[in-house]
Design a protein around this ligand. Structure first.
Ligand SMILES: *Cc1c(COP(=O)(O)O)cnc(C)c1O
Length: 448
């Protein structure tokens, strides 16, 4: 049975973000069904989904209440053109989110995937500057090691060579400022106590390029794809000030951090400031439906508001923008988070998870640090704990551990040599215990 599905898969399907040749030794796992934090394949093997399926599954697989909400919506309205026409789920969702997003964010532009939301944010920032008397502000600044998606615009403001290198001739020119690197801080500081000494790099780059920047885009507090690199809220507060001083917009890409991943609803809630533009996707629908939103301040919205003949409108659309099924799922997510006080329970689970991980792996000779925020815990594996020297990337240590974990029923999928937990907020302690034990075993099987 399994062989049939696997062979047919490999005959036809080109999987995302994969070297397909790797599938010769690690066959695709054909998943039959999901329940809570568990996935079951066609042969009845089970896997703990400790990465919540690319960070989007927020409240468990096949959550009965989200399932019900989508089914109900499905029998009412499945999709409708979102220009001129509207529908209750989108209207209700925007209204409810407006009370939850960082202060000042007021208008909701719907889209159907994360990269699309980033593209919209970049175009909005560019056009905003143009329409408010700053046509010279054409460039974007981003952080080194940043990730904002894989379409051409989003890739241009990303810094990870893994995704972007080959396409460089196709990309727009952007300014990359050095991101905080708290684990290997060049200033010898600690993440919890520093004054963001590293911010001097952003100041230098603003002094050079500030007058020609349209916007800066960041992944607030957690640089996900770079290996869950975490930095303090103070950095964002300093960046806000700097942006204001130079008339540069601040774009918060909360696609990975939104909806409780960092312990608060949004990563920016850890700060005393707000971005001008915020993108959300991934957990927005509980990981059910492709949907994203680019959320902006009234000020930005107003810069596009004019008589038709002035041609100031934002001409950006995706066919499935504002899909009602996605909105229904998102509304169910908000209901559940509120009714079940999910953030409160998740905070308690998060404390437990970090303590247990620390107890199990904190002293391991190849564990450099276990950084954490909310339920996200990232275990950085190194060759030498003292010098923080990394493993030779050719050894693919993380990948070997990934395979060893799969053999043990754990979906761990590391980022390079950084193993991480980013589970559903509703995961229980027992499942976490099992996941930790499997992680320890998998690490042991590969690097001792
Ligand atoms: C996943 C992600 C994106 C891209 O979203 P897609 O839906 O995969 O296009 C953009 N930014 C961040 C921070 C992400 O984590």
């Amino acid at each position: 049975m399994k062989e049939n599905w696997v062979d047919t898969d490999l005959q036809y399907i080109w999987h995302p973000c994969s070297q397909m040749k790797d599938y010769e030794t690690l066959k695709p796992i054909v998943i039959e069904r999901g329940e809570g934090s568990m996935l079951y394949d066609v042969d009845g093997n089970e896997y703990i989904d400790i990465i919540s399926s690319w960070w989007c599954n927020l409240l468990g697989h096949c959550n009965p209440r989200i399932n019900e909400a989508i089914k109900k919506q499905l029998d009412t309205l499945e999709h409708v053109i979102f220009a001129n026409l509207s529908h209750k789920p989108a209207i209700t969702l925007a209204q409810r989110l407006s009370t939850l997003v960082p202060q000042g964010l007021a208008k909701f532009h719907f889209n159907d995937n994360g990269s699309g939301a980033v593209e919209a944010a970049l175009k909005m920032a560019f056009q905003y500057q143009y329409q408010t008397g700053h046509p010279e502000r054409q460039k974007f600044m981003c952080l080194s090691e940043g990730y904002h998606g894989e379409t051409i615009g989003a890739l241009s403001v990303g810094s990870m060579d893994l995704f972007a290198k080959i396409y460089k001739p196709m990309l727009m020119e952007t300014v990359h400022t050095e991101a905080p690197d708290c684990y290997r801080c060049p200033y010898g500081q600690q993440r919890d106590t520093c004054q963001c000494e590293c911010f001097v790099k952003a100041e230098e780059d603003f002094a050079k390029y500030g007058h020609e920047l349209a916007a800066v885009i960041v992944e607030p507090l957690v640089q996900g794809c770079a290996g869950m690199r975490m930095y303090p809220p103070l950095y964002l507060e300093k960046l806000r000030k700097l942006c204001d001083a130079y008339g540069v917009l601040l774009i918060a890409d909360e696609i990975a951090t939104g909806f409780g991943r960092t312990g608060k609803m949004f990563a920016f809630d850890h700060t005393s400031v707000s971005p001008d533009i915020m993108t959300v996707s991934k957990a927005l629908t509980g990981g059910y439906m492709p949907m994203s939103i680019t959320i902006v301040t009234q000020d930005i919205y107003d810069a596009f508001y004019a008589d038709y003949g002035e041609y100031k409108a934002f001409m950006h659309s995706h066919t499935y923008a504002g899909n009602p099924l996605g909105c229904a799922a998102a509304l169910a997510v908000l209901d559940i988070m509120e009714e079940d006080r999910v953030l409160d329970t998740a905070a308690e689970t998060a404390t437990y998870l970090h303590e247990q991980l620390n107890a199990a792996l904190g002293n391991h000779p190849h564990v450099g640090e276990i950084r954490h925020i909310g339920l996200i815990n990232a275990i950085e594996l190194v060759k030498d704990r003292g010098t923080k020297e990394a493993f030779d990337s050719k050894q693919r240590t993380g990948y070997q551990i990934y395979k060893a974990a799969l053999d043990r029923g754990l979906l761990l999928r590391p980022l390079g040599d950084v193993l991480y937990f980013n589970p559903a907020l509703t995961i229980d302690k027992k499942t976490l215990d099992r996941a930790i034990a499997k992680t320890v075993e998998a690490i042991g099987a590969v690097i001792g």
